[in-house]
Design a binder for this molecule. Structure first.
Ligand code: ZN
Length: 259
């Protein structure tokens, strides 16, 4: 089935969409595998660096890695898939975006209702108090071999405000995500392979509440069997077409009602 045929099958009456987003959406924005400059990080994996244990053992190493990631991120821009989701929201069709990405590109694209379930790399938080501050600027990203300290408690280290491997998700964010998923009637699963729990369980949760599921991915995923429709291809190409056709259908429906 092509995109038009899939849109034809969607009931656009009182449409409430939730988008579940993964790393695939940010590829076209130049957010690669974070191997960094000069192959410097080739011998490390995220599993070794994005953990509380790694930070306790060598905070400088972990901060150097995040600064290398930030230097890449500062050059990245949202792409047409991010903008398509903003358009859905502006049309009043979206409850919100649940993203596993920490890059903040949805916000830059203009989306408002976003749950950053794995945190946000552009912010740092104190390891002792509740202080949080942005650090997404070239000055800090380029200061190599220096740590970030809390301006309130002076000697306490700041850490990236992200969820590391082995850490629990923020329960308030999970609760809000499940609330959206229980209210929506259409879920778009975009650029995520559906293997990282608990986010991987979100589509089936929504399906049980009666929502239809459409995935956008370059290939089939472990979620494909539970999806009503799968749209294969680069999401920065397929999603804008889908959104445009969906909005056209909604507008047509509205004008028919007013006649
Ligand atoms: Zn502090």
């Amino acid at each position: 089935m092509n995109i038009s045929e899939i849109v034809e099958k969607i009931d656009v009456e009182r449409l409430k969409i939730v988008s579940i987003v993964g790393a695939g959406i940010s590829k076209a924005s130049g957010m690669p595998t974070f191997r960094g400059e000069d192959g410097m990080w080739d011998n490390y994996s995220a599993m070794e660096l994005a953990t509380p244990q790694a930070f306790a053992k060598d905070p400088q190493l972990v901060w150097n890695w995040y600064k290398a990631r930030m230097r890449i991120l500062l050059e990245a821009k949202p792409n047409n898939a991010h903008f398509a989701l903003t358009e859905l929201e502006e049309e009043g069709l979206s409850l919100g975006i649940i993203t596993q990405n920490v890059d903040g590109l949805h916000e830059i694209a203009g989306s408002k209702n976003i749950i950053e379930i794995h945190g946000r790399i552009r912010y740092a938080r104190c390891t002792s108090c509740n202080h949080i501050q942005r650090w997404d600027n070239h000055k800090i990203a380029n200061e190599r071999d220096s740590l970030l300290y809390c301006p309130k408690c002076k000697n306490s280290l700041l850490r990236p405000d992200v969820v590391w491997f082995g850490e629990p998700l923020d329960p308030l964010k999970s609760e809000k995500a499940l609330d959206w998923l229980s209210q929506c009637n259409l879920v778009l699963v975009i650029g995520t392979s559906g293997v990282v729990y608990p986010v991987a369980s979100f589509p089936s949760f929504a399906k049980k509440s009666g929502a239809k599921i459409i995935e956008f991915n370059i290939e089939s995923t472990p979620l494909t069997p539970i999806c009503d429709f799968s749209i294969f291809g680069k999401c920065e190409e397929t999603l804008p077409v889908f959104v445009k056709e969906l909005i056209r259908k909604v507008e047509k429906r509205k004008s028919e009602k007013n006649e």
